[in-house]
Design a protein around this ligand. Structure first.
Ligand SMILES: [Fe+2]
Length: 160
């Protein structure tokens, strides 16, 4: 089956997969100074899973999952530690919504959502992310008093 025939998995399905993979890790997470550690651990039908290790203070920029080329929906399951998710609420006056994600928390975003994930805690954190159809690239965004504007395209294997 090619990617062309696969639709993006539903939020509920992505959350279930993320929770399942988080409970059945086959790789020990690592932590790297400077930037979060990320490794693609599985490619399944219509989705792929990434394991991430976050030291205190590490996080992403505001981003989507694929830009216009291949937008992906996603789910995040926190394996250990605590993460904070900042999600852009679109509209005439976009705003950032903040959610605290503790161990066992699972959350999903659709293929148009712009968000950031950070370890704002004082301890390392590990999370398992599932993307559908997959994560080839992320478009980063700047968010200020003028609103949300696209910044850079970052590609898997090159930029993280
Ligand atoms: Fe993301």
């Amino acid at each position: 089956m090619s990617d062309q025939t696969l639709s993006v998995l539903t939020a509920g399905r992505l959350e279930s997969l993320a929770a399942f993979y988080a409970e059945h890790l086959v790789l020990r997470p690592r932590f790297t100074k400077g930037s979060r550690w990320a490794r693609r651990v599985l490619s399944g039908p219509g989705h792929e899973a990434w394991l991430l290790g976050w030291l205190p203070g590490q996080g992403t920029e505001l981003h989507d999952h694929g830009g216009l080329e291949r937008p992906a929906a996603a789910a995040v399951a926190v394996v250990s530690g605590r993460l904070t998710e900042y999600t852009v609420r679109p509209g005439a006056f976009p705003a950032l919504a903040r959610a605290e994600l503790g161990p066992g928390a699972v959350t999903a975003v659709d293929d148009r959502t712009v968000h950031a994930v950070r370890n704002d805690s004082r301890a390392p954190a590990v999370s398992l992310h599932v993307y559908s159809p997959g994560l080839d690239a992320m478009r980063t965004y700047l968010f200020d008093e003028t609103g949300l504007s696209p910044s850079k395209i970052k590609r898997a294997g090159e930029d993280w």
